[in-house]
Design a protein around this ligand. Structure first.
Ligand code: NAD
Ligand code: IPM
Ligand code: MN
Length: 359
């Protein structure tokens, strides 16, 4: 088990330290594993003048799994997209062909009161956003900012998908739903975009191979509304890269905080990239207030998806649950009557709860 640890920038470093702490606590001396740390994002620029240094990419290629914190620095504001720290991540996802990004929006019952929605709309929430991650609007060409003949600048991007790209993420969605509540909702904008018209046609065709599952389609604007009107109707939602980026942040708030949302990014094999859905949060970095649970829960996803260690994954999730039940909260999920703790202490408590369950 070789795991590349890429803390990145801002709170990425703080939450990854807690993820690693919990990983060590759950593995103990039970098996041999290797953790190798490398810079990415702004940290990559600083160390090697490249947001994704060649040595970091090489490490990720040789690793069985990757734990990423967050990449992004305030200076990015003055840089074009492809020169920004966060772009390292887009290069990494593409280089490893990680096309299926699973973002589970699960509401721990203890956090019902922390959700942005009223209790009756979110109690029991457990949905999976499957975001296509290696194509679509993020990667389509042509792209750029160029002056036209009259020197008026024009910015442009291309949303494009091939049939095989849609097919493979479609299969991933149906396979995932089969292990859950057997419902797939495909999200697109097929009333306007040709890419989406093809998406809907291909997903429908793939769905015929899964007659035991329910498939329906929603336009992305309606899906954004439905997510805050009646989110309990959803099981697996599959969508284009950009749509998934946006709707997963929206879904995060139903669970109490973006600091609660982990993710797993897979390709055809077992190698995966695991990371919180949130970013480097420069507004709270360095203050020991960031919620590390998204990183910790990403470690659980890693153990399950890349290493087939479902028992260890469940032990992490149960430990998180136990700490929440005891009333400990970082500020983003704090409610009156609970006990406020920092990033480090939350990590320590989850690690300790894993130990407690051992004996
Ligand atoms: P963000 O997710 O970093 O922060 C959005 C808001 O959520 C902020 O108010 C922040 O304080 C809060 N927040 C985020 N994570 C939290 C946590 N764990 N606990 C408590 N509060 C939390 O998004 P942003 O501010 O739009 O982006 C900041 C930088 O991060 C940018 O450079 C962006 O490109 C980058 N980014 C990186 C990733 C990634 O590496 N996966 C994801 C998103 C954004
Ligand atoms: C995410 C992030 C990234 C994305 C950024 C940092 C490039 O927002 O993982 O959700 O847009 O994919
Ligand atoms: Mn995002």
């Amino acid at each position: 088990m070789k795991v590349a640890i890429l803390p990145g920038d801002g709170i990425g470093k703080e939450v990854t330290a807690q993820g690693v702490k919990v990983l060590k606590a759950v593995l103990g001396d039970s098996r041999s594993y290797e953790l190798v740390e490398a810079p990415i994002g702004g940290a990559g620029f600083e160390a090697e003048g490249d947001s994704l240094p060649p040595s970091t990419l090489e490490l990720c290629r040789s690793a069985d799994a990757i734990l990423h914190g967050a990449s992004g620095v305030p200076e990015d504001e003055h840089r074009p997209p492809q020169r920004q720290a966060g772009f390292a991540l887009l290069r990494l996802r593409r280089a490893l062909d990680l096309y299926a990004n699973f973002r589970p929006a699960f509401l721990f019952p203890e956090l019902t009161g922390a959700s942005s929605l009223k209790r009756e709309f979110v109690e029991g929430l457990d949905l999976m956003i499957l975001r296509e991650l290696s194509s679509g609007l993020y990667y389509g060409t042509p792209r750029g900012i160029e002056p036209d003949q009259s020197h008026v600048r024009r910015g442009f991007n291309t949303m494009a998908y091939t049939e095989p790209e849609i097919e493979r993420v479609g299969h991933a969605a149906f396979r995932c739903a089969r292990k859950r509540r057997k419902k797939v909702c495909s999200v697109d904008k097929s009333n306007v975009l040709e890419t989406s018209a093809l998406w809907r046609e291909v997903i429908t065709r793939v769905g015929l191979e899964y007659p035991d599952l329910e498939l329906r389609h929603l336009l992305v604007d309606a899906a954004a509304m439905a997510l805050v009107r009646a989110p309990l109707q959803f099981d697996v939602m599959v969508m284009e890269n950009t749509f998934g980026d946006i709707l997963s942040d929206e879904a995060a708030m139903l669970t109490g905080s973006i600091g609660m949302l982990p993710s797993s990014s897979l390709g055809d094999g077992k190698k995966g990239l695991y990371e919180p859905v949130h970013g480097s949060a420069p507004d709270i970095a360095g203050k020991d207030v960031a919620n590390p649970l998204a990183s910790i829960l990403s470690v659980a996803m890693m153990l399950r998806d890349s290493f087939d260690l479902a028992g260890e994954a469940a032990r992490i999730e149960n430990a998180v649950r136990a700490v929440l039940r005891e009333g400990y909260r970082t500020p983003d999920i704090f409610e009156p009557g609970t006990q406020r703790v920092g990033t480090e202490e939350m990590g320590d408590r989850v690690a300790a709860a894993i130990g407690n369950h051992l004996h």
